[in-house]
Design a protein around this ligand. Structure first.
Ligand SMILES: Nc1ncnc2c1ncn2[C@@H]1O[C@H](COP(=O)(O)OP(=O)(O)OP(=O)(O)O)[C@@H](O)[C@H]1O
Length: 540
């Protein structure tokens, strides 16, 4: 470099090239950290700017954290993780405070220099510039040490770093906008989902136009808005779980969890750890701490199905959570607080159970704040055609083909008494659709269980077979084959009974206690039959 003018021109040329390269780098990617690393690397390799540093503002903490440094030293990389600069602290903090550039010919006598990063060299000049947003607020600091013929062109180098700082500010603004737009899109999506659920939720989920159903939909709509405890009452398969989910997804809690638990499906000790969770080592097999359903449902909705099945001791535990919103995990002593909306369901006559003393009165009042009755299907036979269409579309979707049904077939369905309600209708249609190879269900495609045809009452089965221990099958005289097919042998009767037990289990979702009730049996009786009839229990 022969004279200062030529050198200045050379410097500007080099700076232009570097700016071009940095522009290209910053427009290529919206990935912040690699882009910042790349900028410092270009400064080091092509602009003779050593020991580059970029600090960005932490809006929560109101200070600066180091986002990128260019150094081969491990010490610097480690220190970078921890280093933060408050306003006025060190050189970087001073730039944040003064909101202006800082140019120091050397660092040796600089009082503000803390050397916390062990990055900067005392013998070199230091240039630090603020990165400002469109309002002029400092959102970061860019600093580096020029190495070539430094003293002469510090002002030019500072102006150059300011240009780069402006490019960084552009990148940060763009990233902020992208993030903001993404957040807006997510909010809009959630809001649309809420509105769609609110407006079309029931129509998409449930059908029914009889006055009782219309009234029930109105109740759901109104109760959804509040945190009130709801008690759903209705026979098995009437849609209690569906209503519970409709309440949740139409409520302000819709974006939080909807958790369900069938209280009849578990023995008491498991029920307790399932609901309240347990600490590691609370019992054999508790190899790790586990959250219970109450914790999972925090700020959401907990659907307690078959609430009438819980023992008086467990009723007391549940009452405490419902009253105080607090509980302890099994094996733990830390009190956990939750905000859970409860929707409970039962098909029992809870009033009678309160009178009998098997259900706590105080718990009954806690649960029965807003009762909703789900009518059995036999009381709204007019809904069957609409339900059939709805359910066939659902089944057809699962089978990947369109399904249809003849008018006579629908008429036949309307003459049935549906003890298992909509679930039984759904199962019947699913079975029939398999028989209907062409996809059009005819009346002969239905196979009702014999118990259902006997007036739709499983209890009629048990009037012959209620004893605690099943009697040996009646001894029939040997029969001609043709006659036995017509009148039914002992074996046929056994098969019938087996089918009825399986059908009841199926309708009860394989919850034995529930199936026992459908059959008017005790849980012991059904357990005995399952065992002697070799019924493979499919699921809980
Ligand atoms: N009104 C309805 N419209 C459409 N489908 C329905 C309706 N009611 C119930 N269903 C369907 O019937 C089946 C049984 O419903 P659900 O499981 O909600 O009944 P439930 O009363 O909770 O039964 P349980 O007491 O045995 O647990 C589900 O597949 C559900 O989608």
């Amino acid at each position: 470099m022969s004279n200062s003018a030529a050198t200045r021109t050379e410097l500007f040329e080099r700076q232009l090239c570097v700016l071009d390269k940095i522009c290209w780098t910053l427009t290529r990617s919206l990935d912040l950290n690699p882009s910042l690393d790349e900028v410092l690397k270009i400064l080091h390799n092509e602009a003779e700017m050593k020991n580059g540093l970029i600090a960005l503002k932490d809006y929560e903490m109101e200070n600066l954290y180091i986002s990128a440094v260019h150094s081969d030293s491990d010490v610097v990389q480690r220190a970078k993780e921890a280093a933060r600069y408050q306003q006025g602290e060190g050189l970087v903090g001073s730039i944040l405070k003064s909101q202006s550039s800082l140019v120091l010919p050397n660092l040796a006598n600089e009082q503000r220099f803390l050397d916390r990063l062990e990055l900067f060299e005392l013998s070199l000049p230091f240039i630090g510039v603020p990165v400002k947003d469109q309002r002029g607020d400092v959102v970061g600091v860019l600093a580096a040490q020029p190495t070539s013929d430094p003293e002469r062109f510090l002002a030019e180098e500072c102006r150059f770093l300011n240009m780069i700082a402006n490019l960084l500010a552009q990148l940060l603004r763009l990233l902020g906008e992208v993030e903001h737009q993404q957040q807006q899109l997510t909010d809009e999506r959630d809001e649309l989902r809420r509105r769609v659920r609110g407006k079309f939720g029931f129509e998409n989920l449930m059908v029914g136009h009889t006055p009782t159903m219309v009234q029930m939909f109105e109740q759901i709509r109104r109760v959804s808005k509040w945190d009130t405890t709801v008690l759903l009452r209705g026979e098995s398969g009437t849609g209690k779980e569906l209503v519970a989910s409709a309440i949740h997804y139409n409520s302000p809690r819709a974006h939080n969890s909807f958790i369900r638990l069938n209280c009849a499906a578990l023995p008491e000790n498991l029920l307790e750890s399932e609901l309240f969770g347990h600490e590691k080592g609370a019992f054999t097999g508790a190899t790790r701490t586990r959250q219970g359903r109450f914790e999972q449902a925090d700020k959401g909705t907990l659907f307690l199905d078959e609430i009438g099945e819980i023992s008086p001791m467990f009723q007391a535990k549940l009452l405490r959570v419902l009253q105080e919103g607090e509980f302890e995990r099994v094996g733990g002593n830390k009190t956990i607080s939750v905000q859970v909306r409860i929707v409970a369901a039962t098909n029992r006559n809870l009033e009678q159970e309160v009178r009998d003393g098997s259900f706590r009165e105080d718990l009954y009042y806690r649960l029965n704040i807003m009762p909703i009755n789900l009518p059995p299907l036999r009381e709204r036979i007019e809904d069957i055609p609409e339900l059939v269409n709805f359910l066939l579309t659902k089944i057809g979707k699962a089978q990947g083909r369109p399904l249809d049904i003849s008018k006579n077939a629908v008429r036949k369905l309307m003459t049935h008494s549906w003890p298992g309600n909509v679930r039984e209708l759904e199962n019947t249609l699913e079975r029939a659709s398999i028989m209907a190879e062409e996809g059009v269900i005819e009346e002969n495609d239905f196979s009702f269980n014999s118990a259902e045809l006997m007036g739709g009452n499983f209890a009629s089965l048990t009037s012959q077979s209620a004893p605690q221990i099943a009697p040996p099958p009646p001894q029939h005289p040997p029969q001609e084959r043709g006659t036995s097919e017509l009148s039914g042998s002992a074996e046929d009767a056994d098969m019938d009974e087996r089918r009825q037990v399986i059908a009841a289990l199926e309708q009860a979702g394989w919850v034995q206690a529930k199936a026992a009730r459908l059959l008017n049996m005790t849980p012991r009786q059904i357990a005995y039959r399952i065992q002697t009839m070799n019924i493979e229990v499919r699921k809980l």
